[in-house]
Ligand binder design. Sequence first.
Ligand code: ADP
Length: 176
Amino acid sequence: MNARIQILQADITTLDVDVIVNAANPSLLGGGGVDGTIHRAAGPALLEACKKVRQQQGECPAGHAVITEAGHLNAKAVIHAVGPVWYGGEQHEAALLEDAYRNSLQLAEANGYRTLAFPAISTGVYGYPKAAAAAIAFTTVDRWLASHALPEQVTFVCFDEDSAHLYARLLSQQGN
Ligand code: ADP
């Protein structure tokens, strides 16, 4: 078991962590699912911050991530990570999903954040099969933690019970 990984079934906006990750879309201008919930909870300051990033660097392609302030959230920052749309697995979806997780971890580290929470990126509207996505998320984070001090603690936030079970199994099997 990796003591630096935690699994929670919750609404990610309620967590008390340094940084929460948003499953954003390339526009960075909000959307449905967890993105909509995060923007509603954070208030208009988050959208303003996203618009600023958008003006500076344009769209955020799949696999990439940007960091902004967190508005009214308990978190100090939001990392907007863009996962791939699932097209059946032959469009580099796995590599792009791994990139989305790794680039988020890198941003958290670069900003000195100690605690971070991920939603199950790409597994909603983007259609990535949940078990395959959980395996990539878990392996990428587990590998990162093996060679980095930050973030100290990573929480996988699952919205539904099935996903929580998927992650719990990965943690008990693969963790160190
Ligand atoms: P994507 O477009 O990347 O697929 P979605 O927001 O549609 O993003 O879904 C990503 C995952 O986030 C889904 O598994 C969904 O169940 C989950 N989710 C939705 N709302 C929340 C929330 N408030 N907190 C945590 N996870 C959530």
